[in-house]
Ligand binder design. Structure first.
Ligand code: ADP
Ligand code: MG
Length: 271
């Protein structure tokens, strides 16, 4: 296995760990406009990778192509050694790709436990072919697996004692925990979060990033975030996208000291 084809791969995460997600020459055009331009990524097992870049850099488009919401114009997406480029989103989820859920997927009228159980169920039982947690199990055992997974998630997100509260009554921070719990429910190998801090003030943003780090610490994480400063303390490695291209990938220190990155940010549009 080689991670050296990516520019400036970090010391901690090359050659020794297995590649979970890889893209080769990933390109996405909207008509004449090139939103992604030959993106090569290699994310290792257990890595916390942040993808940053100015608004319009192509971060969300990358996310959409990775999860299968959009098909690339060119290039491939490899997930755990399998070419998933042509697979629909739910088949990627089944293989262990965890999408970030939108806020609206929390059902305010249901309890915290019910919300988590629904999320676990939709991944464990919802499809003909059973992934991960529920594979090889009878329907009854599968239901047991869902309940078990629900309890694990409630413990992981620190909401076991709020399990019977209605989601709408949660404090804001607890609601964020629950949202992460919904992602965790399917026991994903890789979690993709697209700007989970969108619309937050700086303090809440810091808290959310720390929460992501805490709750998802044993997963492979791809965090899309537009603010370079925020992710520096928590990421193992950072990829900078600019105009659809990978400008640099490296350790936070390396990225922070990169002149080209600084120029892209100073020249780019920032909120
Ligand atoms: P980011 O998430 O980094 O802010 P996006 O991936 O959302 O950037 O957008 C990258 C560029 O692609 C932008 O110029 C945006 O206008 C364009 N774009 C994104 N989605 C579409 C689409 N469905 N059709 C046309 N252009 C799009
Ligand atoms: Mg975006």
């Amino acid at each position: 296995m080689s991670a050296t084809d990516e520019s400036g791969t970090t010391e901690e995460f090359d050659a020794t760990t297995e590649s979970v997600l890889r893209t080769d020459g990933l390109t996405k055009q909207f008509g004449e406009f090139v939103a992604l331009d030959g993106v090569d990524l290699d994310v290792s097992e257990g890595e916390f990778r942040s993808v940053i870049g100015p608004n319009g850099a192509g971060k969300t488009t990358l996310f959409n192509v990775l999860t299968g919401a959009l098909s690339p114009t060119e290039g491939t997406v490899t997930f755990r050694g399998e070419d998933v480029t042509d697979l629909p989103p739910h088949q990627r989820v089944r293989r262990g790709m965890g999408r970030s859920f939108q806020i609206s997927t929390v059902f305010g009228g249901l309890t915290v436990r019910e919300n988590v159980r629904l999320a676990a169920q939709s991944v464990v039982q919802g499809r003909g072919e059973i992934p991960l947690v529920g594979r090889f199990l009878s329907p009854t055992d599968r239901f047991e697996a869902v309940l078990e997974r629900t309890d694990e998630v409630l413990a992981d997100i620190g909401l076991a004692d709020r399990a019977d509260d209605r989601a709408r009554n949660l404090a804001h921070g607890d609601r964020r925990r629950l949202e992460l719990g919904l992602v965790l429910a399917g026991d994903p190998e890789l979690v993709l979060l697209d700007e989970p801090t969108a619309g937050m003030g700086s303090e809440e943003t810091q808290r959310t990033i720390r929460l992501v780090e805490e709750v998802l610490s044993d997963r492979t994480l791809l965090l899309i975030e537009h603010d370079i400063d925020l992710v520096m303390n928590v990421s193992d490695s950072v990829t900078v996208l600019n105009r659809g291209q990978v400008l640099a990938t490296g350790s936070p220190d390396r990225i922070a000291g990169d002149d080209e990155v600084q120029r892209a940010y100073l020249g780019g549009v920032r909120e």
